[in-house]
Write a protein that binds this ligand. Structure first.
Ligand code: PEP
Ligand code: MN
Length: 337
């Protein structure tokens, strides 16, 4: 349920409501909006009902949530949440651009790409050190060595860094190195991993499973949030359909639906959806025009030599051109880049 406080409710009144929620054995999450404070109550609210809270001083209204997701529900923060990563904010007026190679391959590769995407105006550097590959014989990533390289790229460019974490046993170690943890599409249903990243204080990019419905996607976010970490960034990356002309089918419709259902920022991965760099600019532009809060794009300076996902990686020049095109689109939809 959601407890909406009166506009002029006092700190004490808010504190009393939180205490009362906790005394009932439930968790209270406070959202301080520009006009009023909203308290989200997580737990078995059926037992206590809403009337007790309704009569407490400073409470304007109590609204039950009938949806299966609670913390992620739009009702918790109708204005939409913004998530801060260093100086970057995801979910605000300014779009967030995350760019970099699919995999960390070497220090030289990472430094070259990091500098080029930074110069083009990217906000956050991507790169995977742990790779979920279809074949066990394909490049599996450099592991912790790759994270050390990422950290050097951060020091050299000043950009925050993000990377995928695949294993619950690695979460604490990976969180030591990077600013943002990514849960990949294949792990969206790995509930132990969701719970584990939910125990960290790092923002989490949660990718939609390739066969997951939007409801399942939001419930995966709910797993992370239930552990106390509300810094979840949803990422649509294409779903599996009968179509084979693109690697996956980018579900643009997920953007307005997620915007309606949740308060979490949503970014789009046009690279894995397209599977081919030719289609990446179109999907990127459609995403921004449809209300996405940012993109995560694969870029490689020598895509033909890339150890993973070369065909879908933009060259630095192509990424720079894309940024220019996106500036026009972002202005048209009232956002900045
Ligand atoms: C990735 O972003 O590196 C990745 C592996 O993508 P996905 O999990 O969406 O397949
Ligand atoms: Mn990739």
């Amino acid at each position: 349920m959601i407890i909406i406080m009166e506009q002029n409710s006092t700190e004490k009144q808010i504190g009393d409501v939180v205490k009362s929620v906790e005394n009932h054995g439930m968790d209270a999450h406070i959202y301080t909006g520009s006009e009023r404070t909203v308290i989200g109550v997580i737990g078995d609210t059926v037992k206590i009902g809403i009337n007790g809270f309704r009569s407490m001083p400073g409470v304007e209204n109590v609204v039950p949530i009938l949806k299966p997701y609670k913390a992620a529900s739009k009702k918790f923060n109708p204005a939409g949440s913004t998530i801060k990563i260093g100086n970057v904010e995801i979910g605000g007026n300014k779009l967030a651009m995350i760019a970099g190679p699919c995999s960390v391959e070497s220090e030289e590769q990472m430094m070259t790409i990091a500098k080029s995407v930074k110069d083009a105006g990217a906000d956050i550097l991507r790169g995977s050190a742990f790779k979920p590959r279809t074949s066990p014989y394909d490049f599996q990533g450099l592991g912790e060595e790759g994270l050390k390289i990422m950290k050097k790229a951060k020091q050299a460019t000043g950009m925050p860094i993000e990377t995928e974490v695949m294993d619950t046993r690695d979460v604490a170690m990976v969180a030591e190195y990077v600013d943002v943890l990514r849960v990949g599409a294949r792990n969206m249903h790995n509930f132990d991993l969701l719970r584990e990243v939910g125990k960290t204080d790092k923002p989490i990019i949660l990718k939609r499973g390739m066969s997951a419905t939007i409801k399942e996607f939001i419930l995966a976010a709910e797993y992370i949030m239930k552990e106390g970490n509300h810094k979840v960034i949803l990422c649509e990356r294409g779903i599996r359909t009968f179509e084979t002309a693109t690697r996956y089918t980018l579900d643009i419709g997920a953007i307005p639906v997620l915007k309606e259902e949740t308060h979490l920022p949503i970014i789009i991965d046009p690279s894995h959806a397209a599977g081919n760099r030719k289609y990446v600019p179109s999907l990127s532009k459609a995403a921004i025009a449809s209300g996405a809060d940012g993109l995560i794009v694969e870029v490689h300076h020598e895509p033909e030599k890339a150890l993973s996902d070369g065909p879908q990686s933009l060259t630095p020049v192509q990424f720079q051109e894309l940024m220019q095109q996106l500036r026009i689109i972002s202005t048209a939809v009232g956002r900045t880049l």
